[in-house]
Design a protein around this ligand. Structure first.
Ligand code: ADP
Length: 593
């Protein structure tokens, strides 16, 4: 409202100023025209009087006897009494003056402006103050054959008079002013509405306040401009909202990303950093890191710092479509990190830290595994080759001996196929664990199946096996892998426990979520120095013996990986009273994952 008042007042003041200037100019022009008109009117009047005086002089033959005093009576015939008549000879000597009786004493008049004009141009005029009356006179002199006749009259073009004369003009001007003001106020009001709406809109937009769209504007050009501005604003607003949504998504993505990500300004101030970034920086740094800005204090990041500085100090422009990227690998405290720095166009930059320990270790494991496999294959393959070459050597070998060699070769082939089976199980767990379908399993019956499967081996070893798993224990797992876990563990007890051992499969505890399983035997057990390593691939306590007895060295590695695939960990310990005990948990059905 304040705006509207000040806006209208201002508009009105400007209008008033223009109006006053306009009226003054018109008045000046009018005044001058009036003056000119008066002068020409006077001129013609005085000319008439001069001619009248001249004709009177001629008529009365005054010129001949030079008795100009007769003019007094003639002058009285002129209706206006304020008219002054002066007659001078052609040399300027005053011959008669109607105002001044002693005209013979008057000085020569030829030098006066009106006489000079009459002398050269036949008539002349001048406006000046009379020395006697102190009034302004309009003098008009005309040259005749023998004399000049000058008529004069008091001259005044009075402003007040003019105003009085032109009162109609002032009435018209006043009405014009009123009408124009009213129209102007009306126009200013409609224009003001558009401006006011635009102003309200601009103030709200600047304050980021809620603006109800669409904003209605009066139907005029300003309103059209207002509409366009509001359209531009709402488009901009939509774009802003979309942009901020994208930004939110990006920030959210960065926050939950497994990568450590931080974005820094050109001046190394942190703009954004996620938790992993700080966590990884702490794993790499020897000092405790609490702020992403400390990254440049960690010596391991020196190459990144140098790379980034090259762009800020050399005033290089990042104009390429492909942004400059620097990648380095950091290995610290048995962990491996890939670090990548990207410089953006505005010279802000992103540092991403990736923990690749797992994949590096996996790679190493695979390399080890490959060389181990080659090593493990070599023994059976070369003995099979030896047996077959002996048979095929052409030497006379008794049939029993040949049979003996073939049996040996067959058992090595069995070893080979066991090895290949175990390797493929391990590889499948390692690389395609998703192929193992999880289902509901009655644990006691799976263990029962394993015992049945190993029946001849159990009988042969005169072992006793007790399945103490609860009848109603239901777990969630992969049948084949669960079977393989118990098969490997029980078979190991049979293989390494010696004869007459007792094997117990026990569900020693359970809670809401888990079944706690123990597989134990009362055999010779495993020395503690070996216990920490028996889950490694191809690790054997007694290498020579095991190779001969046929273990692949992968049994417990399969068990460990299978248990881990079921979300648990396996531990080994020496059983009370001798023997070995393996402990692990399995998830109950309610805990399906
Ligand atoms: P393998 O296929 O040779 O049996 P495993 O990985 O199954 O290999 O076992 C690793 C080693 O752990 C075996 O060589 C054996 O010496 C030892 N071991 C495993 N289970 C038992 C057990 N119940 N009693 C004694 N030693 C065992």
């Amino acid at each position: 409202m304040i705006f509207r008042r000040s806006y209208r007042r201002e508009l009105f003041l400007y209008f008033l100023m223009v109006f006053v200037v306009f009226t003054t100019v018109i008045s000046i022009i009018q005044y001058n025209r009036e003056k000119e008109y008066k002068v020409s009117e006077l001129k013609s009047m005085l000319n008439t009087y001069s001619d009248f005086v001249h004709s009177s002089i001629m008529h009365n033959n005054i010129g001949l006897d030079k008795d100009f005093s007769k003019l007094d009576s003639i002058k009285n015939l002129i209706p206006r009494h304020d008219i002054r008549i002066t007659v001078t000879s052609l040399d300027g000597t005053v011959l008669y003056d109607s105002f001044y009786k002693n005209y013979s004493e008057m000085s020569n008049h030829l030098s006066r402006a009106e006489f000079q004009g009459a002398l050269f141009y036949h008539t002349g005029s001048d406006i000046r103050q009379s020395a006697t009356t102190k009034q302004d006179f309009y003098y008009y002199a005309k040259k005749y054959d023998n004399y000049f006749i000058r008529s004069a009259v008091v001259y005044s073009v009075n402003i007040r008079e003019l105003l009085r004369v032109e009162s109609l003009f002032w009435y018209v001007m006043a009405i014009l002013f009123l009408v124009t003001s009213t129209v102007l106020l009306y126009v200013s009001d409609t224009v003001g509405k558009s401006i006011l709406k635009l102003k309200d809109f601009a103030v709200k937009a600047a304050r980021n306040e809620n603006i109800e769209l669409p904003v209605e504007f009066p139907n005029n050009e300003l309103g059209e401009i207002g509409h366009q501005i509001v359209n531009i604003y709402s488009n901009l607003n939509k774009a802003n909202i979309a942009l901020s949504n994208e930004k939110d998504k990006l920030i959210h993505h960065i926050q939950i990303s497994q990568e450590g990500i931080a974005i820094f300004s050109e001046f190394d101030e942190k703009i954004l950093a996620n938790n992993f970034f700080i966590q990884y920086m702490n794993l790499i740094s020897d000092r405790q890191i609490t702020n992403a800005n400390q990254i440049h204090e960690i010596p391991e990041f020196e190459p990144i710092r140098k790379f980034k500085e090259r762009f800020s100090t050399e005033h290089k422009h990042v104009t390429d479509k492909t942004l400059p990227v620097k990648r380095i690998s950091i290995s610290k405290n048995l962990r491996y990190f890939d670090v990548q720095c990207i410089i953006f166009h505005d010279k802000s930059y992103e540092i991403a830290i990736n923990d690749v320990t797992q994949s590096v270790k996996q790679k190493k494991l695979k390399q080890e595994m490959t060389s181990n496999i080659a090593h493990e294959l070599r023994t059976p393959v070369s003995s099979i080759k030896g047996y077959l070459e002996t048979i095929l050597s052409g030497k006379e070998i008794p049939v029993e001996k040949q049979r003996y060699f073939l049996e040996k070769a067959t058992s090595q082939i069995e070893r080979l196929s066991e090895l290949i089976r175990d390797i493929s199980v391990l590889t499948k767990i390692d690389e395609s664990s998703e192929l193992y379908q999880m289902e509901e399993i009655a644990l006691k019956s799976v263990v029962g199946d394993v015992i049945e499967n190993l029946h001849s081996h159990i009988v042969e070893s005169k072992a006793s096996v007790e399945n103490k798993i609860k009848q109603n224990s239901k777990i969630k797992g992969n049948r084949a892998l669960i079977f393989s876990i118990f098969q490997n563990l029980i078979e190991n007890s049979l293989n390494y426990g010696g004869d007459n051992i007792a094997i117990t499969i026990d569900e020693y505890m359970d809670d809401k979520h888990k079944v706690y399983v123990s597989v134990s035997d009362n055999g010779p057990g495993i020395e503690e120095e070996h216990q920490v390593r028996i889950f490694e691939r191809f690790y054997r306590v007694d290498k020579g013996r095991n190779r001969e007895t046929g273990g692949t060295g992968l049994g417990l590695a399969i068990v460990k990986n299978a248990v881990e695939l079921h979300g648990s960990k396996i531990n080994v310990k020496t059983r009370k009273g001798g023997g070995v005990e393996f402990l692990f948990t399995l998830n109950k059905v309610a805990d399906i994952y």
